[in-house]
Ligand binder design. Structure first.
Ligand SMILES: [Zn+2]
Length: 114
């Protein structure tokens, strides 16, 4: 399952972000996920909850902020919302599009409690 390996890489980021001598626990992990990232959020949260056992983030909640896909037409420069890669420009109907936003998957913040 793709989401399981994504969740594993999130944990390696979390573990690197938390100081080794920290006695606190991670309470919240905020994640930005683009709508074009092809991530199944339910599967990601499920995987996160399995992996978090016995880690510094065992009490952590995964809080997901969804980022809407945005594209810019390379032909006419129109910027518009896109929900999938097969979207054409609403102005000129070309498929020659730069994806500006929506493919990202990144941790935006990690909250800790003493
Ligand atoms: Zn266009």
């Amino acid at each position: 399952m793709h989401e399981l390996s994504v969740a594993q890489s999130l944990f390696s980021i979390i573990e690197r972000s938390v100081p080794k001598d920290s006695k606190g626990t991670v309470t919240e992990v905020h994640l930005s996920v683009g709508t074009l990232s092809a991530i199944e959020l339910d599967a990601l949260i499920f995987s996160f909850d399995i992996i978090k056992e016995n880690t510094i983030a065992s009490q952590a909640k995964l809080i997901v902020n969804s980022i809407q896909g945005m594209g810019k037409c390379k032909s006419c420069g129109t910027v518009f919302l896109i929900n999938n890669f097969g979207t054409s420009c609403p102005e000129c109907n070309q498929f020659n599009i730069d994806i500006l936003e929506g493919k990202e998957l990144k941790i935006t913040s990690i909250c800790m409690e003493e």
